[in-house]
Design a protein around this ligand. Structure first.
Ligand code: COA
Length: 265
């Protein structure tokens, strides 16, 4: 991929999902090319990370965001400008691309970015190979979610924990409010193998019909949840690509595991 890569068509019913695996070692020529894309405040932020691995992942994340967004608008990767909302979510401020929405997530060896036109979107991935801290369920989940989690066979609880965590994060990120939303004010219900539903308590003024959810497993370690504003009721198409920013990309076929309102055929 180069900054002159062709503009991609992104219809309103599609979500484009981009993955960048974090390499074990970074090619110096890639580091130099990605660093040249950063804004001064991004370079300053990068220097504040204590560990080299975090600095490198931050660099890859910025490069993925900038080069990917340039696939959807005639703006060079280095020319994107962003402003955070009051809760930290960056939004695009370039006048040529105000209808483009994106959200990104990183966990361990994976960076993922979701892009839509005209729809709010939230994305979360977690490395599920890690220990699941089941003891924090009461703090992060609603009473219904925590009870349902504890009623599962012990062997299934860690997997459900990560499902809940990623879905809940995807919703609070789509709202752009982060942890300002009460995490116990909404609940996910798991109905069968492939279905997921959200329900809101009185503390959250929202409508389940306003959102579509998807769950994917981009690689054996990572679980990923998407929350996408539902404008039309038209089922979403998810198009996935893996990229090494500026140096290559390919389409990847990743199955949807769970969906709301209903799993695609
Ligand atoms: C900041 C937060 C939005 C996500 O944090 P996270 O899961 O640690 O991190 P992720 O990698 O998934 O996402 C971070 C990215 O989301 C974006 N982001 C930041 N604030 C955001 C917000 N309010 N809304 C949406 N996206 C936001 C940023 O692009 C950020 O990446 P960057 O800093 O490299 O630009 C917030 O939900 C949080 O602090 N979570 C802490 C974990 C937690 O307690 N979760 C409860 C789960 S039930």
């Amino acid at each position: 991929m180069t900054s002159s890569a062709p503009i991609l068509d992104l219809p309103e019913h599609e979500v484009h999902l981009w993955f960048a695996p974090v390499p074990a070692s970074f090619d110096p020529s890639h580091v130099a090319a990605w660093d040249a894309l950063l804004a001064p405040h991004e370079r300053e932020r990068q220097q504040r990370f204590h560990f080299e691995k975090d600095r490198r992942r931050h660099l890859l994340t910025r490069a993925l965001a900038r080069t990917t967004l340039s696939r959807y608008a005639p703006i060079d990767p280095a020319d994107w400008t962003f402003a955070p909302n009051a809760h930290g979510r960056p939004a695009i401020t370039n006048a040529l691309a105000t209808d483009l929405h994106f959200n990104l997530t990183h966990s361990g060896s994976l960076v993922a970015l979701a892009v839509t036109v005209g729809r709010e979107i939230g994305i979360d991935t977690e490395d599920t190979g890690r220990h699941a801290p089941l003891e924090v369920a009461d703090r992060y989940f609603s009473a219904d979610e925590a009870t349902a989690l504890r009623q599962l066979p012990a062997a299934n609880q860690a997997a459900r924990f990560w499902e809940l965590w990623t879905f809940k994060e995807s919703y609070i990120k789509a709202r752009g409010l982060g942890l300002a939303l009460p995490l116990d004010g909404f609940s996910f219900r798991f109905d069968g193998e492939r279905h997921i539903d959200i329900a809101f308590g009185p503390a959250i003024d929202d409508d389940p019909a306003r959102w579509q959810f998807r769950q994917l497993r981009p690689n054996p370690q990572h679980l990923l949840a998407l929350c996408v504003e539902d404008r039309s009721g038209v089922p979403l198409d998810i198009v996935c690509r893996e990229a090494r920013p500026l140096f290559g990309e390919h389409v990847v076929d990743i199955a949807t595991l769970r969906a709301s309102p209903q799993p695609p055929a």
